[in-house]
Write a protein that binds this ligand. Structure first.
Ligand code: SF4
Length: 435
């Protein structure tokens, strides 16, 4: 192999098998894909050791991709349950799975994913370090934090969230400029606490070049973590968030100098009217690197419905340049999601991604809607179910309230506008009342 990473290949004009697959899926010419990848605007996260992967690319001009977070926790440690969720997520079309396991046999689960799952696999090594070393946070050494990154690379993960943007400088800014909900990123809070207790610089920032070397060796995509993403509307677009973003911009440049693929993580909670500006600022500071947003949740008041608050924000974010949406489930802020929560979260996220793809004019995106509307006009119920984003639910709803007139639905019956318009335009009589 005469290239290190997919980015390196693109810069050398080498067309990898992953690029060929992606170009076909995205209906994109190879030279255009190569140019965007060479510039860092499109990435193909694919660890050389994840041989069962079905590659996908992430970039704002491509189809918007979605990620599903899963993994064990101290209270929910059943690996089989998590694997069931993984299989459902892949079947439902999630392009990526992030394993956020923070308890139990984390390596066994991670290796199962990279040996059996065709989706892009991401992890957050910082969580795993706490599980793996099994000792007080303060006693974990800088070298040990880095060793976990190497371990995840060897286990075959395709991208890693590394919280390297919260260095001492950002931490000072954060302490000087009080926030309502402080740091809500799990990894961010861990590394901030470690820095406070040890007085040391963030090892992921201090030893960033070593991390880049690992990423280059295995072709790991760096997902530059946003420790200071706002956790409530009141903290959105504040000094800590922007300060960290500037650091992430600099770290993006350094990664690209070593041909390491990068994406940038983003908010968080954010009022609807701030989303567009945030997307534009990120694009400018990080020179068009793909933006991976965690929501954004457009209001703080809807626990139980945060798949909806996130889908509203995600659709707007993706319309203005986000490339990758992290799903949010109805269980957000409340508990570890169960199988049904995962399904609801995926559907909401897919709707947001698709709505944005239509707005962005992604090739082929609106064909799906055209086909659905054609079936609707013909009152072709089977076709409508088949084209539904959730065929099972569509079928179940219709079956639960059978209409008297089979071709209509129980909403309007004889008043069915679609049926009556078809008839009158075909020259038939429409009487409604006595039918
Ligand atoms: S009955 Fe009403 S809601 Fe149902 S298909 Fe016809 S127009 Fe649409």
């Amino acid at each position: 192999m005469n290239y290190t990473t997919q980015m390196d290949a693109a810069r050398k004009g080498i067309v990898t098998k992953e690029m060929e697959i992606v170009a076909k899926k995205e209906q994109m010419e190879i030279p255009e894909l190569l140019r965007l990848m060479a510039e860092g605007k499109v990435i193909i996260p694919a660890n050389k050791l994840h041989t069962c992967i079905e590659p996908n690319a992430i970039g704002s001009m491509l189809k918007t991709k979605i990620n599903v977070n899963l993994g064990t926790s101290r209270d929910c440690v059943d690996l089989n349950k998590e694997l069931e969720k993984v299989n459902d997520a892949v079947k439902m079309g999630a392009e990526a799975i992030m394993d956020l396991s923070s308890f139990g046999k984390t390596q066994e689960f991670r290796r199962k994913l990279t040996h059996e799952c065709p989706a892009i696999i991401g992890t957050v090594p910082i969580y795993d370090a706490v599980v793996y070393y099994h000792k007080p946070l303060k006693e974990i050494t800088s070298q040990e934090w880095l060793d976990i990154v190497k371990m995840h690379a060897e286990d075959g993960v395709d991208f890693m969230t590394i919280h390297c943007g919260i260095n001492k400088n950002t931490a000072d800014r954060f302490k000087d400029n009080k926030r309502l909900t402080n740091i809500v990123s799990r990894g961010g809070s861990i590394i901030f606490a470690w820095m406070e207790m040890t007085g040391n610089e963030n090892p992921y920032f201090e030893h960033y070049d070593e991390i880049l070397d690992i990423c280059q060796e295995y072709d790991i995509t760096l997902s530059l973590g946003d420790a200071c993403r706002p956790g409530c509307l009141a903290d959105a677009s504040d000094i800590s968030q922007i300060e960290e973003l500037i650091t992430l911009g600099e770290l993006t440049r350094r990664a690209w100098e070593k041909n390491v693929q990068v994406m940038i993580e983003g908010p968080g909670h954010m009022p609807l009217d701030q989303i567009e500006a945030n997307m534009r600022i990120q694009k400018t500071i990080c020179k068009g690197a793909p933006f991976y947003v965690l929501g954004p949740l457009v209001t703080d008041i809807a626990p139980g419905y945060d798949h909806i608050t996130a889908a509203i924000g995600g659709a707007i974010a993706a319309t203005y340049g986000a490339a990758f949406l992290c799903y949010v489930t109805p269980a957000e802020h409340l508990r570890l999601p169960d199988v049904d929560d995962v399904k609801e979260g995926i559907i909401a996220s897919k709707i947001a991604a698709h709505a944005a793809d239509i707005a962005k004019g992604v090739k082929g995106a609106s064909d799906w809607d055209y086909a659905m509307s054609t079936a609707r006009k013909k009152l072709d119920w089977e076709k409508m179910f088949e084209l539904s984003i959730d065929p099972e639910k569509a079928r179940r709803y219709r079956a639960s309230a059978k209409p008297e007139k089979e071709d209509t639905c129980s909403m309007c019956g004889n008043f069915c506008a679609v049926k009556n318009m078809n008839r009158i335009l075909d020259g038939e009589i429409v009487s409604i009342y006595d039918e």
